[in-house]
Design a protein around this ligand. Sequence first.
Ligand code: NAP
Length: 220
Amino acid sequence: MSDRAFLLPEEDIDISHIKRLGLMGGTFDPIHQGHLVTAEAVRTSFNLDKVIFVPSGQPPHKVEKKVTAKERRFLMTELATVTNPYFEVSRVEINRQGYSYSADTVSYFRQLMDPDGELFFITGADAILEILTWKGIDKLFAECTFIAATRPGFQPQAMAERLGAQLKPEYLKKIITIEVPAMAISSTDIRSRVDRGRSIKYLLPEPVEQYIYKQGLYKA
Ligand code: NAP
């Protein structure tokens, strides 16, 4: 099997017939069960035909932070999603030069899918709280609806209050929050556990756990 067949680059995913598409955007450093449960919950609740995970290449908001090499994050995302026939992983942000802007990614998939279809951008509520700083938000809100996954205890009211003052009301209506108890798991906590030699078993799929240990990731 060639690398190309295994990696399923976006060019190999035919989505021209897709009417309801979910894009699962994240740094996935690493991907964990919370992300997978979120994607599956949104897929079933919103009747999506497919969810394409889009690991970010060079996150513009993490210039000062240490982020694991993009090919490793991409591979972990592949390992985690391979058993779900509704999930795919795209290389579009991995292959793109420069910063990974969601506006470029959403436009890219908009052009490939059914022109009458609906596009949903799924990510964490904490990321959506910063959406006013994102590039091209008018275009983004014209092209997709946002699904913001919240951790237990998150107050959706607080999000409406924080964004409501500056975001157009019609945009605010295109942000839907969904509480995902499994998002009690976090990538930050997993990285910290690995560094401290604590177990990460069952927090993420076993092949991803094995990959982390094999490559010696997250050890300071
Ligand atoms: P982040 O700042 O690392 O994460 C913010 C919070 O959201 C964290 O609590 C994170 O939990 C959670 N989260 C991230 N992705 C998630 C997902 N797919 N499902 C559920 N929770 C998720 O955010 P990020 O991962 O780097 O970015 C999230 C998305 O927003 C990416 O697609 C990124 O490209 C996009 N973004 C775009 C711009 C822009 O266009 N200018 C700017 C910022 C972000 P975990 O740490 O456990 O994942």
